[in-house]
Design a binder for this molecule. Structure first.
Ligand code: AMP
Ligand code: GLY
Length: 418
């Protein structure tokens, strides 16, 4: 079937990659992005509206006669933008506000996992200083303290410093304190139509800001796919033990999840555990994943939005590897420096996140994660080299990136105990 107009809601690197992949799909006519960014303007038509205003997004979707709306970021999902679009009868890929609580509330996610028998870290929900202290001492170091709300990837502190862990809990007020999970991390995405699911290949993300996994957590500084070190059958195991039981439990409660289930997993020595759920495509994992995806994106997102995933064949993937490097602005993940002119910012496989145009029409930095460069190759080593060669063509004052994205995987330094 043809989709004459598709509207992507959001304006970051994930939305640039989604809009790019939709534009590659022969069955998609025109791609629209609201609000978009200077990068998305090259693959579709930007519409400058408030992405969290459900009425405005629904009105735009009607005006465009959109046949599919794809909601990218967590903020509009939690604000109910998908509900507003669904209410006007347009197919939407993105969960309702109620289902997006899987990401928006750490305690809700834990409750669903407990009910569905999904393996995750043991955790305590705490609101008082006495509870914080008791939970920290129950689990011992390293301490894991999570803000019980949306925090754009920055609400989690993992530290062996008890005073720092306690201070973060006090600052947040409502937190989940949990046992530390060892082992490599995996990001596994699956499309869900509320009943059936269709998995992506796994990817790995790099959360810490500095080389060697040092410094504070970020939204993600790079990613690659596939994972040469992943145990055989990992994807099916995650579908069977994590994704399908979670989707089933939500459906049982009358809150079907239509959209992207993102399982952040730790492959610990005792088996796989869920670190977190997100209710949307991950950023930057989406950028390298969509560069490898061969299946038309519009078709499968529409199938998910209309309850037809069960009849879809498995997703098809390119045989090689892809690797994304995020170029960030000085100060990130704290307050980033903005307004610096970017050279080399427009090229194939550069996905814009925090960019804008200045009065002179020049491309400037406008956020913490400014853009992501995706390399590809027959092997992961080649994809990594391609990505770093491309990153060196991009520059702006104060920019930085990690130098070790995918390095351990290339050097065969990642192992799983099972
Ligand atoms: P979250 O926002 O829950 O994904 O946490 C952000 C990052 O903190 C994760 O990607 C992990 O690197 C780390 N993290 C979160 N929970 C744990 C845990 N229980 N044990 C070890 N690391 C964790
Ligand atoms: N890359 C992690 C996230 O999207 O939350």
């Amino acid at each position: 079937m043809k989709l004459a107009n598709v509207l992507v809601v959001g304006g970051g690197g994930r939305e640039h990659a989604l809009a790019w992949a939709l534009a590659q799909d022969e069955s998609v006519g025109q791609v629209h992005i609201a609000p978009g960014n200077p990068g998305t303007a090259a693959v579709g038509i930007n519409h400058p509206i408030d992405q969290t205003d459900g009425a405005a997004v629904a009105a735009l979707a009607r005006q465009l006669a959109a046949e599919l709306v794809v909601v990218g970021p967590e903020a509009p999902l939690v604000a109910g933008v998908a509900d507003a679009v669904r209410a006007v009868g347009i197919p939407v890929f993105g969960p309702s506000a109620a289902a997006a609580r899987l990401e928006g509330s750490k305690s809700f996610a834990k409750e669903i996992m407990a009910a569905a028998g999904v393996p995750t870290a043991a955790a305590r929900y705490c609101t008082t200083e006495a509870e914080f202290a008791a939970a920290l001492d129950e689990f011992g170091p390293p301490y894991v303290v999570k803000n019980d709300g949306l925090a754009a990837g920055k609400g989690v502190v993992v530290t062996s410093d008890r005073a720092q862990a306690l201070a973060h809990a006090i600052e947040c007020g409502q937190v989940v304190i949990e046992e530390y999970l060892d082992g490599p991390e995996v990001s596994l995405f699956a499309l869900s139509d509320g009943t059936s699911v269709l998995p992506f290949e796994p990817a790995q993300d790099f959360k810490r800001v500095g080389d060697g996994d040092t410094g504070p957590n970020t939204g993600g500084m790079g990613a690659y796919t596939p994972l040469p070190w992943a145990p055989a059958g990992l994807t099916q195991q995650v579908v069977d033990t994590v994704i399908q039981p979670t989707v089933d439990e939500l459906a049982r409660r009358g809150i079907p999840f239509v959209g992207l289930v993102y399982a952040g997993l730790a492959l610990t020595s005792r088996g796989l555990r869920v670190v977190e759920f997100n209710a949307r495509f991950g950023d930057p994992e989406t950028q390298p994943l969509l560069r490898r995806l061969k299946t038309g994106l519009g078709q499968v997102l529409h199938a998910a939005a209309t309850g037809q995933l069960a009849s879809q064949p498995p997703l098809e993937w390119g045989s090689g590897a892809t690797c994304a490097i995020v170029v960030a602005a000085e100060g990130y993940p704290g307050t980033p420096r903005k307004g610096d002119v970017i050279t080399g910012g427009y090229a194939d496989y550069i996905f814009h996140a925090g960019t804008a145009l200045n009065e002179a029409g020049e491309l400037v930095s406008n956020g913490g994660r400014v853009l992501a460069v995706v390399g590809s190759g027959d092997t992961l080593a080649q994809a990594r080299e391609d990505a770093y060669a491309k990153v060196r063509q991009v520059s702006f004052a104060g920019s930085f990136y990690r130098h070790d994205i995918a390095l351990k995987a290339v050097n065969n330094e990642i192992s799983v105990g099972w």
